[in-house]
Each structure stands twice: as structure tokens, then as C-alpha cells.
Write a protein that binds this ligand. Sequence first.
Ligand code: NAP
Ligand code: MG
Length: 400
Amino acid sequence: MAERIKMKTPVVEIDGDEMTRVLWALVKEKLLSPFVELKTEYYDLALKVRDDSNDEVTVESARAIERLGVGVKCATITSNEARQKEYGLRQLLPSPNGTIRAILDGTVFRKPIQVSRITPSVSSWKKPIVIGRHAYGDLYKSSEMLIPKAGKVELVYTPGDGGGEKRLTVADMKGPGIVQGIHNYDESINNFARACFIYAIEEKLPVWFAAKDTISKIYDGRFKELFGRIYETEFKEKCREAGISYFYTLIDDAVARVVKGEGGFLWACRNYDGDVMSDMIASAAGSIAMMTSVLVSPSGKFEYEAAHGTVQQHYYRWQKGEKTSTNSVALIFAWTGALAKRAELDGLPELLSFAKKLEEATLNTIESGEMTGDLARLAGEGNKKILDSWEFIDAVRSRL
Ligand code: NAP
Ligand code: MG
């Protein structure tokens, strides 16, 4: 056997739960370790381990990404009462992805992996549409009130240093109704814009951003102003060098263009827009199992993962001895994304070329008709053979 490819800096490897944990080990054993002398700093985020460490291990894994720059993460269970019972947990812990994202102050970019066998529901789409979702504030940190009867609702701002307060009437309510207050921070919007341009330059994708500043002149207007300012002052020159553009439009115009266009851009979305549109893009593009996800921090740290969860139901069947047909493509691409990034940072052309070859072998396996059940359901007519997860990974291996 030829000598294995060597690495310089370790990748932060974050292990997880259930079926994705099973596939994680398999991908490493069959597709990575035979070719690469893997160097990783390993963190086990299995639910029980997180619980036993009072979630310290999650915080440590995020700090490791801050320190080393590149991580790859398996899907993890977000605990709830049912999981607490199932695993005998001492406490309910927050979502690990939320914790890691907050520490890195990162933005999540979701990108569909396209194969010719699966045609998007929108026939004009030729290239993937990547969604970057601002993950702080607005609706998701709002204060809301039921108004029981007529009365006045006001916005009141009291400066922390005791200066004069500001008041604004929201509504002179004539009867029962509802009211909501939302906020965001300049710094959060700036960091969102930074992460978007860092990712777009990396992927050579034009950036689209949209809001409703004609109606919301101050709130949405501020988003437009700050995003545009980060572009002008920090990224304009780098975007020009990368051959990409920045485009701002109204959100309704953006939606109309997305559906008529051919894709191939980064759609930077406000929190709510990203919540809604990422599900629209995922569903129209094909399968959630073909969606990758990258967390990018404003200082340029990267964490790669699959967008799907732990595929709980498949795991229970696997535990009973069934060989499930769980799709490992997004997990494979999480690894290739991380290794390619590491290769780029450390100047390792062999590692970069290995990552590209593994991606090609994976896609060619599907194009040739060998695929897992979720894809077979979408792949339309033509020759296809449904493989279980183990057979699929072997098929990729033999091409590799
Ligand atoms: P899920 O794991 O994404 O699975 C939902 C369904 O989507 C599955 O039942 C399966 O459908 C299909 N699916 C997803 N990934 C697939 C794959 N790789 N191959 C084939 N089919 C796939 O979502 P969930 O069941 O809502 O969540 C399960 C657990 O994952 C939860 O505990 C949640 O907290 C966690 N989660 C973690 C992350 C993360 O760490 N990033 C993200 C989301 C959810 P069929 O059953 O029809 O085959
Ligand atoms: Mg959503």
C-alpha cells in the first residue's frame, strides 16, 4: 500500500450521537484512515458525556476550534424530557450547536450537494443556492404581550448611564390585541456580514442580501446600511479580486429572483428569512441528507457538519440488527470540507487533492446508480440499486 498522506495541524473532531455516530466511525475507518494519517483533536459530545461533564466538553470543543481554526462535527442530540428519561440525564442541556455558535459568534451556511440524478423542484436551478442565516435576535429574542383591552403601548429606552429616556408610541390600542418588541446589535449584524463575505470569497460566490427597508426604514434600514458598510470598508477589494459581486435588494424582489434564477450565489438571510428560506431551499433541492453546513466565525474559523440530525429512527433499527440505508453523503462532505480547509491553510496539496477525489468518488457512485434509499426515492427513472450504508461506503471506497 502506498504511503498515507500526512497532516500538519490537527482538525478538531467532534463526535456525536446515534446513527450519525455509527456512520462517523465507518467513514473514518473505510474512507479516511486508509489514505490519510489523520491528525485530530478529539472531543466526544455524546449526550451522556456532555451530561457527565456539565456540558464543559462542548465549551472545550468550541475553544479548540477557536485555537486550531478548523473543526468537523457529527450530529448530536439536543436534550429534552424524553431524552432525559431515555439516557438517565442529570439535567437538560442547551443545544450543542447553539453553544458552539455562540462561542464562535458564527454564521451557519447551508449548501445542497447536487447530483444530476436528482432534479431540483425549481427547474431553472443549475447551481446550488447557499443560505447564510443570521442567527441572533429579531423574532427569536422578542418580548411579546397580549393586550387585554384598550390602552397605550409605548417603546421606552432608558440609557444605562442614566441619561434622558426616549419614548415612542407603538399604538393607541382601541381594543384587545397583541404587541411585540424585537432588537438586534450593530456588532452582531457586522459580524454576520463579515462571516458572509469570508465564506463567499472562499467559495467564489456572489452575495445577495435583502431586507424590507422601504417599510422598516430604521430597523431594516440599519441592516442594509451596516451590511453595505462592511462590504465597502472591509471586503470590496477582496471581492473584486475573487471576482464576486455584492447585491442588495428588497426581500420580496429577492424571492422572485431566486425562483426565476439559476442559483450559484450566497443568499445572506435575516434570522426569520433564513429560517423559512433554508427549509424551502432544502426541500426544493432534494434531500436533507444531501445538505452540508458550515459554521464560519467573523475571524475566519470553520466548523463543518451535515445539516441533518442523528437519524434517530434508523439508529433504533440498527440497534435491533438491521442494516439501514442511511445516507452518509453529507457526513463525508463534512470531512472533506474540513480536510480541504486544513490542506489550504497548511499548504498540503496532496491532502486537498484527496478531499476532492473522495467527493468525486461519492458523487460518481450516485451518478452510476448506486445510492441509499432516500435518494432512490427521488432519483426518478433509470438504473438504480438501493444500497445499505455499509454497501454504499464500500462502493465509494472501490471507486476511490
Ligand atoms: P433527522 O435526524 O435529520 O431525521 C429526520 C428524518 O429525515 C429521518 O427520520 C429520515 O427520514 C430523514 N433523514 C435525515 N438524515 C438522513 C440521512 N442521513 N439518511 C437518510 N435519511 C435521513 O432529524 P430528527 O429526527 O428531527 O432529529 C433526531 C435528533 O437529531 C434529535 O435528537 C435532534 O436533537 C438531533 N438534531 C441534531 C442536529 C445537529 O446536531 N446538527 C440537527 C438536527 C437535529 P426517514 O425516517 O423517512 O428515513
Ligand atoms: Mg426552519
